[in-house]
Design a protein around this ligand. Structure first.
Ligand code: 4GS
Length: 226
C-alpha cells in the first residue's frame, strides 16, 4: 500500500511513523508513507495556500487550486482520496478494514476553517472525521486513520498479535484481562481464568465482552442489531 498525505506541515508525521509497528512495516516495505507539502503546489511568489471566505466570517480557507493540483498530480487509477474534517462520516473499524483493501490512499488534511467547497466537488472520494471534537489541524486525523489501516495490512502484525481478538473487530469491547500476580492488594484474578478449563474461559470472556459493551457502549450493541 502507498499512503500520500497532503499537508501544510509535512514534518509532523515522522516520529509516530518511524517507531513501533508502523515503523517496522515501512522498513519491511509493506507500506510506503509520504507527506507532501501543499505549498509545493502554489504558483505565486508568496506560496499562498489560504484566503478569506467569500461572504465574510472568521478565519481562512484552504484555496482550491493548490489542493486540486496536488491531488491530481498524485492520483492514479486505483487511488482513493480522503478529506479529514469534522463534517465527515465518523471513522470506525469497519472503515479501517475497507481502506486496508486499497492500493493507494491520498489524504487531504483540513486546516484553518476548512477547504473551499469545490475541493470536495472535484477531487474528494471520502470525507472522514475521527470524532466529534475540534483539532488544530487534520494532520492528526490522517495519522490516526493511517495507523488503524496499516496494522490491518497482511504481514504487519505478527501472527500472535493478529490472532488476538481486539476490541471492535467483532463489534464488541474486549473482556477484562489479567496477568501475574494472582492477587494484588486483595484483588484476585477471577477463578475461572486459573481453572485451565478452556471452554469455561471462552464462555466467561464472551459474556464479559457482552456485559461490558452493553454497559459502556450501548451504541455498539445497536449497530450489531442493524
Ligand atoms: C477533524 C476531526 C478536525 C477542524 C482541522 C478545525 C482544523 C480540524 N478532522 N476529524 N480546523 N475531528 N479538524 O477536528 O477529522
Amino acid at each position: 500500500m502507498q499512503v500520500d498525505i497532503v499537508t501544510l506541515f509535512p514534518d509532523v508525521f515522522f516520529g509516530p511513523f518511524d517507531e513501533s509497528i508502523v515503523g517496522r512495516a515501512r522498513k519491511q516495505g509493506l507500506v510506503e508513507i509520504n507527506s507532501i507539502n501543499l505549498r509545493d503546489y502554489t504558483k505565486d511568489r508568496h506560496r499562498t495556500v489560504d484566503d478569506k471566505p467569500y461572504g465574510g466570517g472568521p478565519g481562512m480557507l484552504l484555496k482550491v487550486e493548490p489542493l486540486v493540483e496536488a491531488v491530481r498530480d498524485l492520483k492514479r487509477e486505483d487511488s482513493l482520496v480522503i478529506l479529514t474534517s469534522p463534517q465527515g462520516q465518523v471513522f470506525d473499524q469497519k472503515a479501517a478494514f475497507e481502506l486496508s483493501e486499497k492500493k493507494h490512499l491520498i489524504f487531504v488534511c483540513g486546516h484553518y476553517e476548512g477547504v473551499d467547497e469545490r475541493v470536495r466537488e472535484t477531487v474528494i472520494d471520502r470525507e472522514y472525521s475521527i470524532g466529534d471534537y475540534v483539532l488544530t489541524s487534520g494532520n492528526l486525523a490522517a495519522m490516526v486513520i493511517t495507523d488503524a489501516v496499516v496494522r490491518l495490512l497482511p504481514g504487519v502484525l505478527g501472527s500472535a498479535e493478529s490472532e488476538v481478538e481486539e476490541s471492535h473487530s467483532d463489534g464488541l469491547l474486549e473482556y477484562p484481562q489479567y496477568t501475574r500476580p494472582a492477587e494484588f492488594e486483595g484483588i484476585s484474578v477471577p477463578k475461572v481464568l486459573l481453572s485451565g478449563n478452556h471452554k469455561a474461559i471462552a464462555e466467561w470472556r464472551k459474556e464479559q465482552s457482552l456485559e461490558r459493551t452493553k454497559a459502556r457502549r450501548p451504541d455498539m450493541i445497536q449497530k450489531l442489531k442493524n
